[in-house]
Design a protein around this ligand. Sequence first.
Ligand code: ATP
Length: 513
Amino acid sequence: MAKQEDKFKKVLSHAKEYGYVFQSSEIYDGLSAVYDYAQNGVELKKNIRDYWWKAMVQMHENIVGIDASILMHPTTWKASGHVDAFNDPLIDNKDSKKRYRADVLIEDYCAKIESKIEKEVKKAAKRFGDAFNKEEFLATNGRVLGYQEKINSILSRMGKSLENEDLADVKALIEELQIADPLTGSRNWTEVKQFNLMFGTKLGASADTAMDLYLRPETAQGIFVNFLNVQKTGRMKIPFGIAQTGKAFRNEIVARQFIFRMREFEQMEMQFFVKPGTQKEWYKKWKETRLQWHLSLGMGAENYRFHDHEKLAHYADAAADIEFKFPFGFKELEGIHSRTDFDLKAHEKFSGKKLQYFDHEENKNYVPYVVETSIGLDRMFLAVFSHSLQEEELENGTTRTVLKLPSVLAPVKAAILPLVKKDGLPEVARKILDDLKWDFNVAYDEKDAVGRRYRRQDANGTPFCITVDHDTLQDNTVTIRHRDTMKQQRVKISDLKEIIAKEVTVKNWLQKM
Ligand code: ATP
């Protein structure tokens, strides 16, 4: 646990030190769970967004994008169910005065049991060596089965109680499990209450005529209300999708995990409209497609897993999360939801307008079903950043800090370094920079010894360093150094573009899907 916390602390300080993420309004001591992306962070975030947009929109003939407003007519949120049901169960500790999400306290309790299972697996793997079969062990070991049964029964009871709004039972469960305040150990809890997560605001100048609005808590509704506009003007045929990226706002009860849980964050969502009855098949397809997108970035299949929901949201007939192994354990990174025709039907009812599709093949109108994929851009940023931050022991006994970002996402693709600041080397380096910057985001760095510059670029996540030396003046060659292997090669200046492109272009990465 201490190791995990240590790693997470390093992630936070590295993100600040290398200009990735700053606390919002830091000079005023910050604003809780709100963050700003800095000079490198904004590039990484944009590259992740572009990687998603390319894969989801531009590579699919039947998916188009929109950019809907953050402010929407307030009835939207009545229809979607957010006014009545977008709540989290909160509980306060009477001694520490700290506030928690009751469901998260219970889930964290289960995660502890799960780590006991992992310990058993590790022990057995050591004992049995090559003969160890993990699946068989998980399915037959008595102790593991006991732990798993306990987790299942806790989560299923919590799911039922939340579904039935039986908050007294949620509290009873916390008491029975003797869950204590993680910060103080106190078990002196208040009742569990529901708390609506939407931020309210007002439209209009005078207090009595102003209209109450909400900042959107998800981007999806902007797509539903535009469904027919897009379908008609784009002459879209079912099945088809509408995608968008944009800000969403949630007044989260507990927000202590850096950019994992923010009050203002960005989502990348796609709603896929299908013929009723085919949703199960599309749900399966999108689950698989989205996992492949993640795997294409090469961050290790063992760091992802699906979590199928037992407790379904009011709109869904199936739902799963893609979980990623963050420094604080496996947590939700993306959700794939089969949302039925709930949203379109609700908007039909509240607006009095028809939101139906005329199917020429079937010669009839219907309200399409929807399968959605929804990923938090900031969470994806954290997944990529925390996974990439590594400390390596080198052969000479020193350690290097290296940010092994998938090079397609790296903010700066190459740094051009003149070996010395004289003899015409800076001029040649600048010429190379001016040429490469048409195609890639590149940087120039002439301060400090070249070894220190290499380390700086490693920590910054830059995949290539290009060094200009005196030989360059003679033969038009440079040294190119690779971040991950630290291998150096002598290459022609005229080959640089091709070498970098091979490593960083979206096409070469997405083709791994
Ligand atoms: P959680 O259970 O973690 O609160 P959720 O199930 O409410 O998440 P969804 O409503 O399914 O999340 O939103 C889709 C995605 O948006 C999530 O998978 C996550 O990546 C992202 N997301 C949701 N809430 C936040 C937040 N407060 N900060 C950052 N990203 C978020």
